[in-house]
Design a protein around this ligand. Structure first.
Ligand code: 0X9
Ligand code: ZN
Length: 662
């Protein structure tokens, strides 16, 4: 009896906030607000940037957003939601209880003896790492946090020269405790069941950084359970910390992050201001300098049950190999679900969650790490009951094993020794690992002529070489990468010098020949793809429009267009014959029969959009982009060569559009 009382008293001391300076959440609520219109979403975004509330999830697309509000701010939040007609539900009516329950559960568990039935403070994690003694694991320190805590990496390798490598990190965000617990669980799994991983470790090296934001994490234990950022000091502000997942140097400081140090999405005064983000950046670069090639990067976060794929900085933008990343994500979440039925969704980060600039996974992808992802693990809050640590780890590990397997299967391919296909026509659709374009080698090409070839190489890196050319100055051949998901042109290279190698990355190119004045003759060029498999680009609609005047309607045959469409229509009348072409005078979108312009409307056309890109000054320039139901005024396509792209997002459709040219 006495013993029981003693235990109870100890618990009170351990869990009493006032004794330890812990932030209280008495009366704090988490309100889940459902934006069903763009106007409602905009109202939530205004709140998001004001910083009165702690947005546990950010408002971006339509759907639910979790907002934590202090008791005194709840009435005005409720009033605003009601005024805007935003449906809401109280998800947690007392955050204090949520946090307190977790503290009690953890206090019962044996701090210091890490067994994944409780969460562990930083020191306990370090203790676990320092006891590692294994011939497949090496622990090293990759940097120190602002407050001087070591950031560790554990390398798993069967030895020998560097193998294809996978990097997993945890707890970029302090309050996402399940991340660090999963990171250490993975380390323990690889150590204690090493026999199961012998074959894997013959093929790859695995690096795990189990705790990046150690200062923030420690702070969540000692002071504020809902702390997200680092603990750096911001000059000129009393607010501390930077969101490390907005501090990476790709798309840094865009519109979905904040320059206010007091917000939870503060991007820092410059990219990589934080020692924690520097540590990752430096670790990757130094490893690469030592011969390591990272094929995958997985950043563990919580919550929402999502497998996020780049790009995350904005909706509708996709890396060229997005199809292969998406198919991996879908396979990974299927394997995850098979473990105990937990349902995850895989998709582009901004499309399925919200836009976030300067994130680690976008940075990693842009740096060249093929399979880069962010995993938002289980739960409906940052407080996941400790008895779910192991079930969560088991399913996430199943997903990560799919990732590892994909890396094992991902083998760079060498170039073909000679082109496997030869094309001699003005324009064409060339889907091959290599090809030669031999166009009018000995015959004149009339001034004004243009040709567009669609090139789909099967591998991600394409080397182009001009073998011979009779083109005069002013005429040119250009390889323009075109992103099949966003319909936007990427990198463009002019192939001008005979014998020079030009290397360009992507899965889909428009190859454009423009001939201006004089007696041009044709050319011969070859291109070879190599490296990693590209992932087949696909269009939901495609047309090559070569008549001097015409009209084209989409969807062909009427009805509504679908969700997630990406269509491409090339307007190049010169394809019809080798004659001087009339310049376009107008491209209009008239009503045709019962069809009007009808594309989901929003002020920036970021959901569904028709874009027109005209070839001028030797590049494809977007000259208009529209949505809604108001027809744009007619416009000129000065060179007579253009393309129209159409894309739709994952909800709301319309009856499409018609355009004419003359
Ligand atoms: O906002 C973040 O940094 C991540 N979510 S979290 O709740 N763990 O903070 C998500 C970043 C992933 N990318 C995109 N959402 N685009
Ligand atoms: Zn996070």
């Amino acid at each position: 009896m006495k013993v029981a009382i003693f235990v109870a008293l100890t618990l009170v001391v351990l869990t009493s906030g006032s004794q330890t300076g812990l932030r209280h959440f008495k009366g704090y609520q988490v309100i889940s607000a459902l934006a069903t219109t763009r106007e409602q979403l905009d109202a939530l975004r205004v709140l998001y940037f004001i910083n009165d509330y702690d947005f546990w999830t950010s408002p971006n697309g339509l759907g639910a957003t979790d907002i934590m509000a202090a008791p005194e701010l709840i009435p005005q939040l409720v009033q605003l939601l009601t005024e805007k007609g935003i449906e809401f539900a109280i998800k947690f009516d007392d955050v204090e209880k949520l946090v307190e329950d977790e503290r009690i559960a953890n206090a019962k568990a044996s701090i210091g003896r890490i067994d994944w039935t409780s969460y562990q403070p930083y020191d306990s994690i370090v203790q676990f790492l320092t006891t590692i003694n294994s011939n497949i694991a090496t622990v090293s320190v990759i940097g120190q946090t602002t407050e001087g805590r070591d950031i560790h990496v554990v390398k798993f390798s069967s030895g020998g020269p560097p193998k294809k490598s996978i990097l997993i990190d945890s707890n970029i965000h302090a309050r996402e405790w399940i991340a660090g617990a999963t990171g250490t669980w993975i380390i323990n799994e690889l150590l204690t069941n090493s026999a199961n991983y012998t074959a894997i470790l013959q093929e790859v090296d695995i690096y795990v950084i189990p705790m990046i934001n150690a200062d923030g994490y420690e702070y969540t234990w000692t002071s504020d359970r809902m702390w997200r950022k680092t603990r750096s000091v911001n000059a000129g502000s009393s607010c501390m910390g930077c969101d490390p997942n907005r501090n990476f140097p790709f798309q840094w400081a865009g519109e979905s992050t904040s320059s206010d140090p007091c917000t939870d999405i503060y991007h820092g005064s410059a990219p990589l201001t934080e020692p924690e983000t520097q540590a990752i950046d430096r670790f990757v670069r130094e490893s690469e300098a030592a011969g390591v090639e990272f094929y995958a990067y997985a950043s563990l976060h919580s919550y929402s049950n999502l497998w996020l794929i780049p790009w995350g900085y904005t909706t509708g933008m996709y890396p060229p190999d997005f199809p292969s990343l998406l198919s991996l994500g879908q396979d990974a979440v299927a394997a995850l679900q098979a473990v105990s039925g937990t349902i995850y969704q895989a998709g582009q980060g901004a499309d399925i969650l919200y836009g976030a600039d300067g994130t680690s996974y976008d940075w990693a992808k842009n740096h060249g790490i093929k399979y880069s992802c962010t995993i938002e693990m289980r739960g409906n809050s940052f407080v996941l009951p400790p008895e779910q640590i192991i079930p969560n780890a088991l399913e996430v590990w199943a997903a990560l094993k799919v990732l590892i397997q994909r890396v094992i299967e991902t083998v760079p391919v060498e170039e073909d020794p000679t082109p496997v296909e030869t094309v001699t026509t003005c324009g064409g659709d060339i889907e091959a690992s290599s090809a030669a374009i031999n166009f009018q080698l000995d015959t004149d090409i009339p001034p004004g002529q243009s040709c567009v070839w669609i090139v789909k190489p099967n591998f991600e890196s394409t080397r182009v070489r001009l073998v011979s050319s009779g083109l005069l100055a002013g005429s040119g051949i250009y390889f323009t990468e075109l992103n099949t998901y966003s319909g936007t042109p990427g990198e463009q290279v002019q192939i001008a010098n005979i014998g020079q190698d030009y290397t360009i990355r992507g899965n889909f190119f428009l190859v454009t020949l423009t001939v201006t004045v004089g007696a041009n003759k044709g050319f011969s060029l070859e291109w070879y793809s190599s490296g990693l498999a590209g992932g087949a680009p696909s269009f939901s609609g495609f047309a090559s429009l070569t008549t001097p005047t015409g009209s084209y309607s989409y969807p062909v045959g009427g009805g509504e267009y679908g969700n997630s469409e990406n269509a491409l229509f090339i307007i190049n009348p010169a394809l019809a014959g080798l004659m001087m072409k009339r310049a376009f005078t107008a491209l209009t979108l008239p009503r045709q029969g019962t069809r009007t312009l009808d594309v989901e409307n929003d002020s920036t056309c970021s959901y569904d959009a028709v874009s027109v890109l005209s070839w001028q000054n030797n590049q494809y320039t977007q000259i208009t982009r529209f949505c809604g139901t108001s027809l744009p005024a007619p416009f000129n396509l000065p060179t007579g060569l253009a393309f129209v792209t159409f894309k739709s997002d994952s909800s709301v459709t319309g009856t499409g559009f018609t355009f004419t040219w003359a």
